[in-house]
Design a protein around this ligand. Structure first.
Ligand code: NAG
Ligand code: NAG
Ligand code: NAG
Ligand code: NAG
Ligand code: NAG
Length: 289
């Protein structure tokens, strides 16, 4: 446990010179590039399954999160479900993550998502110490299509009537978890918002957003975090685009007001080449990457 808790400072700078396919690597310990905080995992969608298996879940949690018995992963990305229309049955196994607000006039249902939550707290008990909450989709009833897998013909799917309701939903869930003893360091309102993956009746939750809508949502979430007294502990991360180049695009397109609420840039790396641009923008904007 001990070694893992220490923040490793990567002080490695690498200069490559290639001679006949042999590489000579020089390490310069004086150039600091980044702080390495640990290793992590997203919880969707395995935790929604494994958390529901009482016979094996303790063992599984040991293997994933306990440094003495397993991998000791310490960075956790928890998927707060939107929740789909109960009459729909098209999500992949585990992908039907329950939300906490089943309808517009319903009260919050805090017994929802028990399986994934079991794994989340099991991770914390075993030493995980960095938590992010993220959303794949708003609840189905806040969407244009009425489906939390995406919009018709891959269109943007958050109904503009519900911008405030969505921002409020994000914050209320994070606030409730804080009351249960788990603080999310970052809250991410989007997942792969730009790639137009997310379609009505798809097999997982997803929602596309254009840049102007992302600006609106980030500002609302940022303001609500302040109003509800959460902003000392929780700030916004974005955008978790599918590809590095899309992440660079979104970081450029977002306005400065929205940017001021963001503390961290996240990206997937399924594709893209603009690694140096990504590094530079993060540095320039003073965001954790
Ligand atoms: C790499 O360098 C070593 C040592 O100088 C040499 O034996 C080897 O043949 C080289 N390999 C290639 C692919 O050039
Ligand atoms: C709350 O969620 C639980 C777990 O999914 C479910 O069994 C229960 O019926 C829900 N309660 C209400 C009032 O919808
Ligand atoms: C962005 O999406 C919103 C909501 O879907 C829409 O009203 C708006 O016209 C779009 N803006 C641009 C610039 O495409
Ligand atoms: C946030 O932190 C600042 C500085 O530590 C403190 O003065 C303020 O009271 C805190 N606000 C809340 C809502 O906790
Ligand atoms: C990134 O920044 C470095 C240092 O300022 C600069 O030399 C480099 O050209 C930049 N690269 C890109 C792709 O922006």
């Amino acid at each position: 446990m001990e070694g893992f808790k220490i923040r490793l400072l990567l002080t490695v700078s690498i200069f490559l010179s290639i001679v006949n396919a042999n590489r000579t690597v020089f390490i310069n310990p004086y150039n600091r590039w980044q702080v390495f905080e640990g290793w992590g995992t997203g919880l969707c969608w395995w935790a929604n399954m494994v958390g529901g298996f009482p016979d094996v879940r303790d063992k599984a949690a040991d293997l994933v999160f306990d440094l003495n018995k397993g991998l000791g992963l310490n960075v956790i990305r928890y998927n707060i479900g939107g929740g789909d229309d109960p009459s729909h049955h098209h999500m992949r196994i585990g992908g039907d993550v329950p939300g906490f607000l089943p309808c517009r006039t319903c009260p919050y249902n805090w017994t929802s998502d028990a399986n994934q939550r079991w794994i989340l707290f099991a991770a914390k008990e075993r030493g995980a110490d960095i938590f992010e909450a993220f959303y794949n989709s708003p609840p189905y009833w806040m969407t244009n299509s009425g489906c939390s897998a995406g919009g018709l013909e891959f269109s943007d799917n958050l109904n503009s009537y519900y911008y405030d309701a969505y921002a409020d939903y994000l914050i209320e869930v994070v606030k409730w978890y804080k009351e249960q003893g788990l603080t999310f360091r970052t809250l991410e309102p989007f997942n792969e918002p730009t790639d137009r993956f997310w379609n009505y009746f798809g097999y997982q939750e997803g929602c596309s957003y254009n840049c102007s809508t992302m600006n609106i949502i980030i500002k609302k979430v940022g303001e609500y975090l302040n109003e509800k007294g959460l902003s000392n502990k929780t700030s916004i991360s974005a955008f978790d685009e599918n590809k590095i180049d899309e992440e660079v695009y979104s970081e450029h397109c977002i306005d400065n007001d929205a940017k001021s609420y963001i503390s961290q840039y996240n990206t997937h790396t399924y594709g893209g080449t603009q690694r140096m641009q990504l590094f530079n923008i993060s540095k320039q904007d003073n965001k954790r990457l």
